[in-house]
Write a protein that binds this ligand. Structure first.
Ligand code: SAM
Length: 269
């Protein structure tokens, strides 16, 4: 399967999918992804800082800006509702809540993830924060959200989409749960626009990241999966086309740090 085309949407092997560079039965991918995040949950936050040199914090802040959180008009009693899918240890939710608090915005966030271990870390963090009343945790699959139709103002997913087996289902679910006028924002690793910079980045990713994983976390396999899955995810324009195909309007993207990551957005009309 090629990484830059529509292969990820329309595989010629309908029962197979990618797990990093390997082809595996669709039915197996979720368990394999779960193993990866079970094994990294305790060190997930620190490893993010180490591997991205702290860049993931800048990208996540850009994501929060792209939510367009704004104080409600005085007559608007109900809180803004946000669903952070593949929310893991709650980084995005915590940043959004901090932003909301600083602007006196009434924001309620549901953090949804398929992995208990990641949610446990997120829940422990939330219990120690001032925002614990505005955040709840749901153990579920992004492909089948236990959330009512048209009930959510903002859907976010950060570094989660490439781990999902049937991404077209996740996008359909995102659109279903958003209210008309709701915002979809996805932060994901991406591809660099020139072959030369991509080569340099690949050299770093494939040589350094798994080695750092081994050194710091004692295992290189999850980090090998990480870099392979990044390579398999579609380029920003191809993914933007998939968002349009899923029915989102005014779709766009911004490349971050020269294209290492990309912020994708759209609206449900
Ligand atoms: C790289 S972590 C991202 C965590 C967090 N969003 C962040 O940016 O720090 C990817 C997360 O996706 C979750 N995930 C993978 N497949 C999923 C699915 N089908 N449904 C919900 N969550 C999923 C994993 O359990 C993991 O917590």
């Amino acid at each position: 399967m090629e990484a830059f085309g529509y292969g990820w949407l329309m595989s010629t092997e309908p029962q197979m999918t990618d797990f990093g560079f390997r082809r595996v039965p669709q039915a197996d991918k979720q368990a394999r992804v779960r193993e990866v995040f079970d094994s990294v949950a305790g060190r997930y936050d620190i490893m993010n800082d180490v591997m991205s040199g702290g860049l993931h914090r800048l990208w996540k802040r850009r994501m929060i800006e792209a939510l367009y959180l704004a104080p409600q008009s005085s007559g608007q009693a109900s809180p803004i509702t946000m669903l952070d899918v593949a929310g893991g240890t709650g980084d995005i939710a915590n940043l959004a809540l901090r932003r909301a608090q600083s602007q006196a915005i009434n924001l309620n966030i549901k953090v949804l993830d398929i992995n208990h271990e990641m949610l446990k870390v997120g829940q422990a963090r939330a219990n120690n924060s001032a925002n614990s009343n505005n955040i709840s945790f749901i153990h579920a699959n992004a492909e089948a959200l236990p959330i009512a139709d048209s009930s959510t103002d903002i859907y976010t997913i950060a570094f989660g989409m490439r781990n999902i087996t049937q991404r077209h289902k996740a996008l359909a679910e995102a659109r279903r749960v958003l209210k008309p006028g709701g915002r979809f924002v996805c932060l994901e690793f991406s591809h660099l626009p020139t072959p030369f910079t991509q080569k340099l980045y690949d050299a770093y990713s494939f040589q350094i990241i798994p080695a750092m994983g081994k050194l710091i976390a004692g295992d290189d396999a999850p980090y090998r999966y990480l870099v392979e899955s990044i390579r398999q995810f579609p380029s920003a324009p191809v993914y933007a086309a998939a968002l349009e195909e899923a029915g989102f309007a005014r779709v766009g993207y911004s490349r971050l740090s020269g294209g290492i990551a990309a912020l994708h957005y759209g609206w449900r009309l």
